[in-house]
Design a binder for this molecule. Structure first.
Ligand code: ZN
Length: 76
């Protein structure tokens, strides 16, 4: 089984220009911005749609303040 997402067309606009890119992604959570480095995801140059696979989502969660379970209590 291949866990990797393979996308040929954009789910939003149907463009076949969508492609796999590796970029730092800056996201916002409750007014707090955080950066997930070297994220691998599909990006559509036509409509700007971004598609994250399961591995990418886990990486976002690992960096997101929303999911910061272990480190949150350390400074209390
Ligand atoms: Zn698109």
């Amino acid at each position: 089984m291949n866990d990797k997402l393979s996308i040929k067309t954009c789910p939003t606009c149907g463009s076949d220009k969508i492609q796999l890119v590796v970029k730092d992604v800056t996201r916002k959570y409750k007014g707090q911005t955080y950066t997930v480095p070297a994220m691998e995801f599909y990006e559509c140059p036509n409509c700007g749609e971004k598609v994250y696979d399961k591995v990418a989502m886990q990486k976002i969660e690992a960096y997101s303040p929303a999911y910061r379970h272990e480190h949150a209590l350390a400074e209390a």
